[in-house]
Design a protein around this ligand. Structure first.
Ligand SMILES: Cc1ncc(COP(=O)(O)O)c(C=O)c1O
Length: 366
């Protein structure tokens, strides 16, 4: 069999997404019972109590297919976000929304533009459909360089992704920069703003991209239930987009792409704004504690608007391994001189900070 002839050419250069290490692997390696998995930007607490009740109530109905249109959730989101239900596409994670949008829009020869480092899935989904990904390096301070991103747009550009806040650096661009960008972006380009960490943001200058959504402008806003809502394991996220794009997405998505448990859990979670607020402020307190430890130890970091902190180190491999031996799983980026650390519970934060004290002492600074 000529496998190369069988498998699509685009897949040849693609690398599968690599998730962080699993807890079991690290338990064996470190000998620690308690492993802190801080590598995937998950929330340390379980789903909201209202979501767990909704899941339990739905279990006996699992013999049925889910509602392919996610009607109840879409209606609730539409009311909340003040958009029309036909401007919302729900996916099996916002990852799926990125894939179906790419599949609906991209053809060989098209280009996408996104910042780097940022979320690798934009590039993977572009490659999958034969499009070319143009990476625009972040500006000093690890922030999106919006003027450089504008300059990277060509006649072939179909999508520009803005990850705000950005994963992995945790940074945001501000309202004035975004408005300048929107005013200058050519009309043939779809701007996709990925707001996976929206609920963690506290900076008043943060532009909520939905405020700029009018259903006409080529703008998509992505959000997810995987982060502050703790439903990562269920896979559910959504995009707000002009109706024509929702219609295109319905043509390429699977008929029952979002499972029924995810739908009821997401709907129930939406009702609990108090819990969102509690999590946001607890997350903020943890970051403040980590920053003060880093400041004292001389660890350079980027102030974050998310539930993770990106910090610099000249010894990424040593620091990553030393954290593993402490039972802490961070996220590495090969030999890039930085690591990303998720925010856990207040107890996790104490353990992490104590681990850093030991690691910085034993490595003579990081
Ligand atoms: C920036 C960003 N976008 C999208 C996602 C995908 O989230 P999900 O598919 O779980 O909704 C993630 C997950 O880590 C992310 O960091």
């Amino acid at each position: 069999m000529d496998w190369e002839a069988l498998i699509r050419r685009e897949l040849g250069t693609m690398v599968p997404y690599t998730p962080g290490l699993r807890e079991e692997e690290v338990r064996e390696r470190s000998g620690k019972d308690r492993i802190l998995k801080l590598s995937s930007n998950e929330h340390p607490d379980g789903p909201f109590p209202s979501a767990i009740s909704a899941i339990e109530a739905e279990l006996p109905e699992l013999n049925r297919y889910p509602d392919g249109s996610c009607r109840a959730l879409v209606d609730s989101l539409a009311e909340r976000l003040r958009v029309s239900p036909d401007q919302i596409a729900v996916g099996s994670g916002s990852n799926e929304v990125i894939r179906v949008l790419s599949q609906a829009l991209l053809e060989p020869g098209d280009e996408i533009v996104f910042a780097w480092p940022s979320f690798i899935v934009y590039q993977m989904m572009a490659q999958l459909f034969g499009a070319t990904a143009l990476k625009v390096p972040l500006a000093p301070g690890e922030v999106h360089d919006l003027p450089a991103m504008l300059a990277a747009i060509t006649d072939k550009t179909k999508i520009v992704y803005l990850c705000n806040p950005n994963n992995p650096t945790g940074t945001i661009y501000h309202r004035a920069e975004f408005e300048e960008f929107l005013a200058a972006v050519p009309p043939h380009v779809l701007v996709v703003v990925d707001e996976a960490y929206f609920e963690f943001v506290t900076d008043p200058e943060y532009p909520d991209a939905l405020e700029y959504f009018d259903g006409i402008r080529p703008l998509v806003v992505l959000r997810t239930f995987s982060k502050i809502y703790s439903l990562a394991g269920l896979r559910i996220g959504y995009g707000v987009m002009p109706k024509v794009l929702v219609e295109a997405v319905h043509k390429v998505r699977e008929p029952f792409n979002v499972n029924s448990i995810a739908q009821v859990a997401a709907l129930a979670s939406l009702a609990d704004d108090k819990e969102v607020e509690r999590r946001r402020s607890e997350n903020q307190e943890q970051k403040t504690y980590i920053y003060s430890t880093f400041d004292r130890l001389g660890v350079r970091y980027v102030p974050s608007e998310t539930n993770f902190v990106y910090f610099m180190t000249d010894k990424p491999v040593e620091v990553f391994d030393a954290l593993l031996l402490e039972g802490v799983i961070a996220r590495d980026f090969g030999t890039a001189p930085a690591l990303r650390l998720g925010i856990g519970t207040p107890e996790d934060t104490k353990i992490v900070c104590e681990a850093f004290e030991r690691i910085v002492a034993s490595l003579g600074g990081i």
